[in-house]
Design a protein around this ligand. Structure first.
Ligand code: R5P
Length: 312
């Protein structure tokens, strides 16, 4: 049974449609004091329950809502509960890199497990090591694979990692396209400002494809696109799995942005970005989990059935 939290019902419906079933009945209300009330409105005893919640934009509210839904399912005797989290929150707080800071990604993992989640299904975790914060299975789908087929048609490309942290995801993308990789050396000055010092690799005369797991304020893409242009790239395309687009401003150095719908586009900026839906991939992953089939084949490129859902 697939239930939806209130963060991204459109995606939940898209997944349910692919699975040829309707969403589970659930009531979610806000009490006058701001507390959240939930009631599962059908029998879940002995059932495998999946709850979709993309914990973005209002992460604290949606996380609490997810925990409450999971608690309700657990107390209603669901056999297993999978948290389907297309965007996993607080993933950038995954280590103690200065004194007296929390490891919030670990805290989120603990809260999910404690509430009763038995499996997590997510996409392009900011750091794959976050899987190790859990003692339950975590399936981490690869969102950027959805763009490979479309961008392999562009000639004369080079893949550019906009910072060292995105190196892994960008390298895999470069391997899929069979083109070279360049790397930007980003230095973050504050949460909203980044500085660049160098670009390692060749982009002159090429179409540069920036590959990142997420775009928040857009500063990283802005600076990386600028440096690509300064080094002679003739066009710059960005490929991003999670489009948070917080205070996102048009970027004169970027010609195109491709993004998935792991985060609801409703509240974000609309600036002509091209969207690809992750619904088919998540539906296939859920079907594989239920029938205990391997999902590693979903990470491979060229699965055409996942690639058709483009929207501008
Ligand atoms: C950083 O390590 C991430 O991969 C993204 O590059 C970053 O979080 C994007 O943030 P912003 O758009 O605010 O620069």
């Amino acid at each position: 049974m697939l239930f939806s939290g209130s963060s991204h019902e459109e995606l939940a419906k898209g997944i349910a449609k692919r699975l040829k079933r309707s969403l589970g009945k659930i009531s979610i209300v806000s009490f006058p004091d701001g507390e959240i009330g939930v009631q599962i409105q059908e029998n879940v005893r002995g059932k495998e329950a999946f709850v979709l919640q993309s914990v973005a934009r209002h992460p604290n509210h949606y996380l609490m809502e997810l925990l409450i839904i999971v608690d309700a399912l657990k107390r209603a005797s669901a056999k297993s509960i999978t948290a389907v989290m297309p965007y996993f929150p607080y993933a950038r707080q995954d280590r103690k890199d200065k004194g007296r800071v929390p490891i919030t990604a670990r805290l989120v993992a603990d809260l999910l497990e404690k509430s009763g989640v038995s499996r997590v299904l997510t996409m392009d975790l900011h750091a794959e090591q976050i899987q190790g914060f859990f003692n339950i299975p975590v399936d981490n789908l690869r969102g950027s694979s959805l763009f490979v087929e479309k961008l392999s048609k562009v000639k004369g490309t080079v893949v550019v990692s906009p910072d060292v942290g995105s190196n892994r995801i960008a390298r895999k993308f470069a391997e899929d396209l069979n083109v070279n990789l360049a790397i930007v050396d980003k230095r973050r000055v504050s949460a909203k400002k980044v500085e660049l010092s160098a670009l390692i690799g060749e982009v002159e005369g090429k179409v540069a494809i920036l590959v990142d797991d997420m775009c928040s304020t857009g500063s990283t893409l802005q600076m990386a696109a600028k440096v690509c242009r300064e080094r002679g790239a003739k066009r710059v395309i960005a490929v991003v799995t999670h489009g948070l687009f917080v205070d996102f401003k048009a970027n004169p150095y970027l010609d195109e942005i491709w993004v998935t719908d792991t985060i609801s586009p409703k509240e974000g900026a609309s600036f002509g970005e091209k969207r690809v839906s992750v619904a088919p991939l998540f539906a296939e992953a859920i079907a594989s989990i239920v029938s205990a089939k391997s999902i590693s084949s979903l990470f491979e490129r060229g699965k055409k059935e996942f690639l058709g859902e483009e929207r501008s």
